[in-house]
Design a protein around this ligand. Structure first.
Ligand code: GTP
Length: 209
C-alpha cells in the first residue's frame, strides 16, 4: 500500500489543523481557517518506501454529526483522535468517536493501536502547554486509550514539533505494517504458492501402488 489516508478527528478547536500544519510545515501558526474541510497531501519516505499520505482535516462546524463521522471513519486507514486536555467536553467527544469506531467495526482487532478493524488509532491529548488549566488527567486519557486498544500520548502542537512528527509517522508505519500483515494472510507463502503452480501445470501427483 503506497497511498495512505489519515483522518484527524476531534471536536471543535482541539487543534486538529494545528497538528496537521505542524506535521506538514514544522510550524505553529496560531490561527487556522476552519470553515472548510481539507485534504492535505504529503509524500513520505519510510523504510525506503515512497508513500503518498492524505491527511483529512474535517471542519467541525460543517462536518458535525454521526453520519459525517461515520463517513470519516470509513474513509481513513489510520486515525488521530484529538482532545484538548484543558477542555473536558472535548474529551467526552473523543470518547464518543472511539465508541462510534467500535460500533462501526465491532470485530475490531484487540491488538495495541488498533481500535477500528485493524486500522491504527492514536488518542492525542493536545495543548499540553496548558497543563495549568488541565481538566483531563493524563491517567484518564491513558485509561480511555487502553479501553479502546489504541495508542495514547499528550503533546502540544504549539510547542512540540518532534513529537507531532513522530505520532503521525507512527500511525503511517502502523498502517503499512497492518497492510503487509493482511497481505501475508491473504496470500499463501512463496513456497506454497509455487507448489500450487507446479501442481496446476503438471497435474496432481498420482499415488503409486
Ligand atoms: N495553547 C495551545 N493552543 C493551541 C494548540 N493547538 C492549537 N491551539 C489553538 O487552538 C485553537 C484551535 O486550533 P485549530 O487547529 O483551529 O483547531 P481545530 O480542531 O482544527 O478546530 P476546527 O477546525 O474548528 O474544528 C487555535 O487558536 C490554536 O492556536 C496547543 O498545542 N496549545
Amino acid at each position: 500500500m503506497n497511498d495512505i489516508k489519515l483522518a484527524v478527528l476531534g471536536s471543535e478547536g482541539v487543534g486538529k489543523s494545528a497538528l496537521i500544519v505542524r506535521f506538514l510545515t514544522r510550524r505553529f501558526i496560531g490561527e487556522y481557517a476552519s470553515l472548510t474541510e481539507c485534504i492535505y497531501r504529503k509524500r513520505l519516505t519510510l523504510d525506503g518506501r515512497q508513500l503518498n499520505v492524505e491527511l483529512y482535516d474535517p471542519c467541525s462546524q460543517v462536518c458535525a454529526g454521526k453520519s459525517a463521522l461515520s463517513d470519516q471513519i470509513h474513509w481513513g486507514d489510520g486515525f488521530l483522535v484529538v482532545y484538548d486536555i484543558s477542555d473536558r467536553s472535548s474529551f467526552q467527544a473523543a470518547k464518543n468517536i472511539l465508541h462510534l469506531m467500535r460500533e462501526t467495526h465491532p470485530g475490531a482487532s484487540k491488538r495495541d493501536g488498533e481500535a477500528a478493524a485493524g486500522r491504527p488509532v492514536v488518542l492525542v491529548g493536545n495543548k499540553q502547554d496548558l497543563c495549568h488549566m488541565r481538566e483531563v488527567d493524563h491517567e484518564e486519557g491513558k485509561r480511555l486509550a487502553a479501553d479502546h486498544h489504541c495508542g495514547f500520548l499528550e503533546l502540544s502542537a504549539a510547542e512540540h514539533s518532534q513529537e507531532v512528527a513522530l505520532v503521525f509517522s507512527k500511525v503511517v508505519q502502523s498502517v503499512c505494517a497492518g497492510s503487509k500483515a493482511k497481505e501475508r494472510r491473504r496470500r499463501p507463502s512463496g513456497s506454497k504458492s509455487m507448489a500450487k503452480l507446479i501442481n496446476n501445470v503438471f497435474g496432481k501427483r498420482r499415488k503409486s501402488v
